[in-house]
Design a protein around this ligand. Structure first.
Ligand SMILES: [Fe+2]
Ligand SMILES: [Fe+2]
Length: 190
């Protein structure tokens, strides 16, 4: 697992637990965006050989999206607007132009997003257990898949350019640490 350089802010968990319906809507959009991101990566020449792998990730993310929608449905929560995530847009803003640089950067951002999701879903699986066993089990069931996506994106970037991947991961870990320290009052996963 990535060695993140900043802890999740201490108020994150209480904000999440106090606003589960809004968090589930935010989560649904996250899975939707994860599916479209995997499909968008298929336009890069360097990733043509990985198109089947990217399709498999997109299908899995779409299944996650449907699972969250089913949860919303069972709980009588209407699907709604997403919150824009300053953390995700902060990472994405630093993606450089130029085919090769752009694809390595996108893969670096995606791996960090998957890695942070994996970390946060593990926390939620543990913390929700005493009072919402269904949701705890749901988050627990996603941990392995998001961890695999994290690893898959790093491996794809390293196969394109290992030295550049390591340089950019170092940059993105610093940026992640910086962005994690910015206050975000909204109840969002990221
Ligand atoms: Fe997912
Ligand atoms: Fe994922």
């Amino acid at each position: 697992m990535l060695l993140f350089r900043e802890k999740i802010p201490p108020d994150w968990l209480s904000k999440i637990l106090a606003n589960l319906p809004a968090v589930l809507i935010d989560h649904a959009h996250l899975e939707r965006k994860a599916a479209t991101t995997a499909l968008n990566l298929e336009k890069y020449r360097d990733l043509y050989p990985r198109v089947a792998e990217l399709n498999a990730i997109a299908i899995e993310e779409l299944q996650h999206f449907q699972l969250v929608l089913d949860l919303l449905n069972r709980r009588g929560i209407p699907f709604g607007q997403p919150y824009p995530s300053p953390w995700i847009s902060g990472l994405m803003k630093s993606v450089r132009r130029g085919q090769r640089r752009q694809v390595v950067d996108y893969l670096g951002c995606c791996s960090l997003i998957e890695g942070r999701s994996c970390e946060k879903f593990q926390i939620l699986a543990r913390e929700l257990q005493p009072f919402d066993a269904e949701l705890a089990a749901f988050y627990g069931s996603l941990v392995e898949s998001e961890g695999n996506h994290y690893a898959a994106y790093i491996l794809m970037a390293r196969a394109i350019d290992p030295a550049e991947t390591d340089r950019r991961l170092d940059f993105y870990l610093e940026l992640d640490a910086h962005l994690m320290r910015q206050p975000n009052p909204l109840p969002m996963l990221h």
